[in-house]
Design a protein around this ligand. Structure first.
Ligand code: PLP
Length: 377
């Protein structure tokens, strides 16, 4: 038996998504920029996907720009804000490297100032500090993720958006971990830029989108052709875009049932682990139901295996999980560092999807308990 509990890193493609994509690999393979029927058909497919995504998020089609995924969309949002005159970015130490490294680069190139919102030991953001930063600076962009990919903490993007509106700041949010898992009404939320990636909700890898509220300037990162209304050059990834749109449609069609099911799996694991391993701790708000992503559980356990991590122990038993995020694997996690996790502990991030089941949860809990039992007697 192999068990995959690393769905925050990436998810299995949905069969229905695959079936929607295949005609666009074999029959509808035209280039959407071409002036013939094959091209026109491909163009129609791209625009239909844009319209579907816009409808699901209560946005306008021209506000959706297809990208190669979350990383590119994060880069595009932040560079766009800076090129439109922003010189101060307010963010958090918990953001994905796609945000943090873009900011480091802008600090060097454009002298962009960056401030970090204070937080408590669980990673809860201090919104009074955010308000202070907004009040005492001008030309601000706030870039705060909806949910953290390593510990699952959820941020109050509704309230942050309201603060941004009050202080006339732009607001960017990275929803890579929450798109397809929560509903978004972009007419109501005060969001200027939002980033999403298909492979986190059973779509294909290498495709995502940036939502850019009408009226906000967009920076061009990739130069060349006139695709995406001249905003992002390069032949469109049609099968990918079709897969993205279909995956989002499926996610919202089944959202309530899938949310209940995955939440049940997560809290079953919380209960089993708490029962079997009394020394277990949960990082951030990981085990607090209304403050964390229902697909992520981050636990802290004593490092009891000499020269081996708990991740290796689980991997040897064909259980795939992560420590922090996949892109920082092997390196020190900036998120765990910001939470001051003391040495001598291993962190395991379990992340769940609709394709997991309770048998897998029991098996994983039992395998970890085997390891800790001798320590308890
Ligand atoms: N932002 C967050 C919060 C993520 O978790 C990830 C991927 O792990 C990304 C951005 C990058 O997305 P992509 O893999 O589509 O480039």
């Amino acid at each position: 038996m192999t068990i995959y509990l690393d769905n925050a890193a990436t998810t299995q493609l949905d069969n229905e998504v695959f079936n929607a994509m295949t005609p666009h690999l074999f029959e509808n393979y035209g280039n959407p920029s071409a002036q013939h029927s094959h091209g026109r058909r491909a163009k129609i497919a791209v625009e239909a996907c844009r319209a579907t995504i816009a409808l699901l998020l209560n946005a306008s089609p021209e506000e959706i720009i297809f990208t190669s995924g979350g990383t590119e969309a994060d880069n595009m949002a932040i560079v766009s804000a800076v090129e439109s005159g922003i010189d101060h970015v307010i963010t958090t130490g918990f953001e994905h490297q796609a945000v943090l490294q873009t900011l480091t680069n802008l600090q060097k190139k454009h002298d962009t100032r960056v401030s970090f919102i204070k937080h408590d030991e669980k990673g809860n953001l201090d919104l009074q500090h955010l308000e202070y930063l907004l009040r005492t600076n001008t030309r601000n962009l706030v870039s705060v993720m909806h949910a953290n990919n390593e510990i699952g903490n959820l941020n109050d993007i509704e309230r942050i958006g309201e603060l941004c509106e009050r202080y006339k700041a732009l607001f960017h949010t990275d929803t890579v971990q929450t798109m397809g898992h929560y509903r978004f009404d972009l007419q109501k939320l005060k969001i200027d830029f939002l980033t999403a990636s298909a492979h986190k909700f059973h779509g294909p890898k290498g495709v995502g989108f940036l939502y850019r509220r009408k009226g906000n300037r967009l920076a061009k990162l990739v130069h060349g052709g006139g695709q995406e209304r001249g905003q992002r050059a390069g032949t469109e990834n049609i099968p990918g875009i079709v897969g993205l749109s279909k995956a989002l449609e499926i996610a919202y069609r089944n959202l309530e049932a899938d949310t209940r099911y995955i939440t049940h799996l997560k809290y079953t694991l919380v209960d089993r682990l708490s029962e079997l391993i009394p020394e277990i701790q949960f990082n951030g708000n990981s085990a607090v139901e209304d403050r964390s992503l229902y697909t992520v559980l981050s636990v802290k356990l004593p490092s009891i295996l000499p020269g081996r991590s708990l991740l290796q122990y689980l991997d040897e038993r064909r259980i795939s999980v992560s420590g922090g995020s996949a892109c920082c694997a092997g390196g020190e996690s900036h998120v765990l560092k910001a939470l001051n996790i003391e040495p001598g502990y291993d962190t395991i991030r379990f992340s769940f999807s609709k394709f997991n089941n309770e048998r897998e949860i029991d098996y994983v809990a039992a395998k970890l308990a085997d390891l800790f039992e001798p320590v308890l007697v």
